[in-house]
Design a protein around this ligand. Structure first.
Ligand SMILES: *[C@@H]1O[C@H](CO)[C@@H](O)[C@H](O)[C@H]1NC(C)=O
Ligand SMILES: *[C@@H]1O[C@H](CO)[C@@H](O)[C@H](O)[C@H]1NC(C)=O
Ligand SMILES: *[C@@H]1O[C@H](CO)[C@@H](O)[C@H](O)[C@H]1NC(C)=O
Ligand SMILES: *[C@@H]1O[C@H](CO)[C@@H](O)[C@H](O)[C@H]1NC(C)=O
Ligand SMILES: [Zn+2]
Length: 289
């Protein structure tokens, strides 16, 4: 625990200095994976549990931020967390899915395809636990609109803003953490599971019809991660409006971002479950447990 805590402190300090894209903070990744957990078939649940490291305590959601903590150990994995675009609200795999030096496939879409394929292939040389943890994390990242934001501002990381006149932060972090933190504080008594329940309730009410389509484009050979990145790139454009360098963001921005954030967390969860159900067998149909 002491070592983990120290690592965490070092990571936070490093993250504060480097304007690197992080994607959903711990809460967002936990929520995405917790939602996914509820839609896993019993076969998938068994398959997932067999791969979880002991420190997960049997819970996928507990290890869904692991990939962020590995960005310094596995430097090559850094570009796999996002897919920035020129700012035209569109994502194009051929144009946008590359690392900072142009390395092909090194973006979040390539990462999802890579680790889905690795888990489907029992002869893959990749560490299956790491493949699962990367895949589960990247399904969260790809749904955070600022992860397909503009290259010029590193997905909002260089746009410094103030949150409710008090906290100095940046536009990327507003989407990673601030909207979720403020929502939890205001509406859910800082109780993460209450917020997850509210999102899940929407899955059975508000979104029950469209939800069937969320994972629909998934086939055995493609994860449709392209589509998820396209959606995020499109959502990133309105997210830049009214969020200029140095401005203060409060209620108006919060209330327009919150429904988007909640829906993206839900979609990430439902889609992660669909992918894991396909990988680990079972009928792959969505069923809430
Ligand atoms: C695929 O996974 C391997 C093993 O972790 C890694 O070395 C490689 O960079 C990954 N490529 C992509 C595009 O994710
Ligand atoms: C697989 O990766 C996990 C997490 O990094 C590690 O703890 C484990 O030792 C690795 N397994 C093998 C066989 O290398
Ligand atoms: C933030 O500051 C602006 C300008 O001083 C003020 O109009 C606004 O009410 C303040 N918001 C909060 C939440 O205090
Ligand atoms: C539920 O869905 C409505 C309509 O789409 C949305 O405005 C609201 O933010 C959602 N709430 C949660 C908790 O997801
Ligand atoms: Zn990430």
């Amino acid at each position: 625990m002491g070592l983990l805590m120290l690592l965490h402190v070092l990571l936070v300090a490093a993250a504060a200095r480097a304007p690197a894209a992080q994607a959903w903070g711990k809460e967002g990744h936990y929520m995405t994976c917790k939602i996914a957990d509820g839609f896993l078939t019993s076969e998938a649940l068994t398959g997932v549990k067999a791969l979880l490291p002991s420190w997960a305590n049997g819970e996928l959601a507990e290890v869904c931020s692991w990939a962020d903590s590995q960005r310094f150990r596995y430097r090559w994995s850094s570009p796999l967390h996002f897919a920035d675009t020129p700012g035209d609200c569109k994502f194009s795999y051929a144009r946008d899915c590359h690392g900072t030096k142009g390395e092909k496939d090194m973006c979040v879409v390539g990462g999802i395809n890579n680790y889905t394929a690795a888990l489907q292939d029992s002869s893959s040389p990749y560490n299956r636990t790491e493949s699962l943890l990367f895949l589960s994390h990247f399904l969260g990242d790809i749904h955070q609109p600022m992860h397909c934001g503009r290259t010029a501002d590193l997905g909002g990381n260089t746009i410094v803003v103030t949150w409710y006149n008090t906290t100095k932060t940046n536009l990327h972090k507003v989407w990673d953490e601030k909207v979720i933190e403020t929502a939890m504080n205001r509406f859910y008594k800082d109780d993460r599971s209450a917020m997850i329940q509210a999102i899940k309730l929407n899955l059975t009410n508000e979104w029950s019809k469209e939800e069937n389509q969320w994972a629909a484009c998934y086939t055995r050979t493609t994860t449709c991660a392209d589509k998820y990145a396209e959606e995020s790139a499109e959502l990133s454009c309105p997210a830049y409006v009214g969020a200029e360098q140095g401005c203060n963001l409060e209620d108006e921005y919060f209330f327009s971002a919150l429904p988007v954030v909640q829906k993206r967390l839900a979609q990430g969860g439902v889609r992660l479950a669909a992918i894991l159900n396909r990988i680990f067998g079972g009928n792959g149909r969505l069923q809430s447990i």
